[in-house]
Design a binder for this molecule. Structure first.
Ligand SMILES: NC(=O)c1ccc[n+]([C@@H]2O[C@H](COP(=O)([O-])OP(=O)(O)OC[C@H]3O[C@@H](n4cnc5c(N)ncnc54)[C@H](OP(=O)(O)O)[C@@H]3O)[C@@H](O)[C@H]2O)c1
Length: 285
């Protein structure tokens, strides 16, 4: 299988590269070699490589920055996704795109299903929702996987930020009124490889995330407990605070738990065992 991967220096892309079956051919492009907002470059790349599948791991992921850089967020997360989907359709390639739990407003009380109404609260969520809609409009066979709270050994993420801050400060205040599912990027990458192996290509929207919802505060507790058990990392004093006490430029959903039954029932793909993944990741660190 020939894969064109975008955003190849990001967390998901690097995990995907680590898990690529040996006999698959990969063109891994980063923002320097293929800026996905350049529709002409996208079309040329797809035309010359003729991939069997395009995996779009590129995104404008800076949630707070998106509030002041709306145009860039929409260019990358919406318009560019349409170009990629269109190019995939023209090449008769599969198109796999990643979206987010932040397409929901978080007012729900039970895990969000794929069919539940969306209502993003911030610019990032709005741009990602626009990307979903544009992808499906350009190419109905697009496969969109919504995920949440992604962490890995690569790039920037909550786990790495916590450990860095924990080494610098004796106490940390962490938001306790936003609930979501941490997801290990390697497990998401495994799920993508698995879906690419399906002979009847899946299409439409699927949710994939971690198996146990927590607040950011509880996630931080899990990070420090694991790090402390594995390597004696000192645990800072953790204080649970409300979103009101910790204002950020972008509002975030209070409850963005995704229901992952559809992907599990149809393909036997279990949710990410994020606590195990966290343990494995910190053991290797
Ligand atoms: N991280 C999360 O918590 C989270 C949660 C829910 C959903 N998601 C979604 O999951 C997917 C993967 O996220 P991730 O955490 O792996 O992201 P990431 O680590 O931030 O990586 C994103 C990559 O996209 C690249 N990129 C940005 N603009 C680009 C452009 N115009 N052209 C080409 N590449 C570009 C970035 O390159 P530069 O650094 O060079 O700009 C970066 O390497 C994204 O679709 C994201 O929206 C993530």
């Amino acid at each position: 299988m020939r894969i064109l991967l975008t955003g190849s220096k990001g967390q998901l892309a690097r995990c995907f590269r680590d898990r690529l079956p040996e006999d698959w051919e990969l063109i891994a492009t980063d923002s320097a070699s293929l800026d996905i907002t350049d529709s002409k470059a996208v079309r040329q790349m797809v035309h010359s490589f003729q991939p069997d599948a395009i995996v779009n791991a590129a995104a404008f992921t800076a949630v707070d920055k998106a509030e002041s850089e709306k145009e860039s967020a929409f260019a990358t997360n919406a318009a560019a996704v349409a170009h990629l989907a269109q190019a995939a359709r023209e090449a008769q390639a599969r198109f796999i795109h990643i979206s987010t739990d932040y397409v929901f407003d978080g007012n729900g009380k039970s895990p969000y299903r794929e069919s539940d109404p969306t209502n993003p609260e911030n610019v990032y969520g709005k741009s990602k929702l626009a990307g979903e809609l544009l992808a499906l409009a350009a190419y109905a066979d697009s496969l969109i996987i919504r995920t949440s709270w992604v962490f890995s050994e690569y790039g920037h993420n909550f786990v790495k930020t916590m450990l860095k801050l924990g080494g610098e400060q004796e106490s940390l205040s962490i938001v306790n009124d936003q609930i979501g599912n941490p997801t290990y990027a390697g497990d998401l990458a495994d799920a993508i490889v698995r879906l690419l192996k399906e002979t009847t290509p899946p299409r439409g929207i699927y949710h994939f995330c971690g198996n146990r919802p927590v607040s950011w505060y509880e996630f931080a507790q899990a990070v420090f407990q694991t790090a402390s058990q594995l390597s004696g990392t000192p645990v800072p004093q953790l204080s649970a605070v409300s979103s009101e006490q910790y204002p950020t430029p972008a509002a975030r959903p209070a409850y963005s738990v995704l229901d992952c039954h559809k992907i599990q029932n149809e393909f036997g793909i279990a949710p990410s065992d994020w606590q195990k993944a966290l343990n494995d990741m910190l053991r290797k660190a």
